[in-house]
Write a protein that binds this ligand. Structure first.
Ligand SMILES: Cc1ncc(COP(=O)(O)O)c(C=O)c1O
Length: 412
């Protein structure tokens, strides 16, 4: 009988064919685009597609207002524009995210405060959020990381007790649910990215939803240079904001993508949940924890190497790759504020330290290695695996077999 050996040590790899991939756009998108070209107007005002996308997205989520925009970053900026903070106001957010969650806070001259993540869910730890609240705090901006819904009851409870607005970053979490409700509908404002890698995509794009009338009206104006278009005659801008308007070609693709969205997420969910089930007894690595009553969307599949494991995240990832299965260590590597030199050094506008040195701002806010040590530790131990709606059950079984083999045999 032959002894099983890791591929990294010369054994037979679990998988010799690449995992499947597929095209995210096709005839349905093309048909919508042709409508726009036939109509001859690519601009959202005077067109129908962007408005249709906003209405259908809002309807699907059961929200009153939706504002389409040019990216997930823009969608979050629109949310911050709805909130309209004062310079130096604080917004508590997650240290494991894309910089697109952070840039809008700073551009709107508020200050991001990074609470720790829970090392099992990888999402904001509500206790840490509460410890970070100060008289300057205006909002909490949780990120549903990899499509894993945050502990929204706990976060909403904190927000309510402290009079804060909750802005959900759902850029990785379209159609993921918390206790039967879509994420993005649980807080005050929900933001989505439509960038190429996301569950539904227009290449780049975004959308922001809310039920609050004041936010809804302000958001629409904010994304359109503050221009109240119902008025004729001399220009009259009523909100200070950029131009984040989605165009009709993008809106056309978005309409078609929206029709596919829930099926895409259901397929990813089937695959991700199956993987979790297949690896539940594996030693030394654990999947990102999903809270009871939640449905994940597996934008990525997160695996956490346990503290006493006989291998590191780097070693585990290399061994998986040798088995023919993609895996990457550490996701963003460091808490997001250490990934961006201008943010870390708080030097954003010229060589000033605005808004950190604004008279209204709390003194002594810094971003360094001691800001989120729990988050750094779990990033050190994190491995991400791609997940896809194009994987078959057999593909998922191969991924599980690879994880089982590597976790059993790998010794540093
Ligand atoms: C969690 C999160 N927030 C915000 C963004 C920003 O989205 P975009 O790249 O569409 O601007 C992303 C995109 O990767 C993201 O993953």
């Amino acid at each position: 009988m032959s002894i099983e050996r890791l591929a990294i040590e010369g054994g037979r790899p679990v998988r010799t064919r690449p995992l499947p991939s597929g095209k995210k756009v096709g005839k349905e998108e093309l048909k919508e685009i042709i409508d726009v070209i036939d109509a001859g107007n690519l601009f959202r005002w005077g067109g129908t597609k962007v408005q249709q996308f906003e209405e259908e997205f809002a309807h699907l989520l059961g929200k009153k207002y939706a504002v389409a925009s040019t990216s997930g970053t823009a969608a979050i900026h629109v949310a911050i524009g709805m909130l309209n903070p004062n310079p130096g106001d604080e917004i508590i957010t997650a240290p494991i995210t894309d910089i697109g969650s952070v840039i809008p806070i700073l551009y709107q001259t508020a200050i991001p405060i990074f609470a720790e993540v829970d090392p099992e869910t990888l999402n904001l730890d509500p206790d840490s959020v509460e410890r970070n609240i100060t008289p300057k705090t205006r909002a909490i901006l949780p990120v549903h990381l990899f499509g894993n819904p945050c502990d929204m009851d706990a976060l909403n409870d904190i927000a309510q007790r402290h009079g804060l607005t909750v802005i959900e970053d759902c850029s990785q979490a379209h159609f993921c649910t918390y206790k039967g409700k879509f994420v993005g509908t649980l807080g005050d404002i929900g933001c989505f990215s439509l960038q190429q890698s996301k569950h539904i995509t227009t290449g780049d794009g975004g959308i922001t939803v809310t039920d609050h009338e004041e936010f809804g009206i302000r958001g629409k104006l904010f994304a359109d240079k503050g221009w109240r278009r119902e008025e004729y005659g001399p220009r009259h801008y009523v909100v200070f904001g950029p131009n984040y308007r989605m165009n009709e070609l993008t809106g056309a693709v978005a309409c078609a993508q929206l029709r596919r969205g829930q099926d895409i997420v259901a397929a990813r969910r089937r695959n991700g949940d199956l993987l979790t089930q297949l690896i539940q007894d594996v030693a030394h690595v654990r999947p990102q924890k999903l809270l009871d009553g939640c449905q994940h969307g597996y934008w990525l599949y997160g695996l956490i190497v346990q503290k006493n494991a006989p291998f590191t995240a780097d070693e585990f990832s290399k061994a998986m790759q040798a088995e023919g299965l993609p895996a990457s260590p550490h996701y963003i590597g460091k808490p997001i504020f250490l990934c961006h030199e201008a943010v870390r050094t708080q030097t954003l506008f010229g060589d000033s330290h605005f808004p950190f040195d604004h008279p209204h701002a709390r003194k002594g806010i810094t971003y360094d290695e001691n800001t989120c040590p729990i988050t750094q530790d779990v990033l050190n131990r994190l491995v991400t695996l791609p997940m896809s709606e194009f994987y078959t059950e057999e593909d998922v079984h191969d991924i599980a077999a690879g994880i089982q083999k590597v976790a059993r045999l790998l010794r540093a």
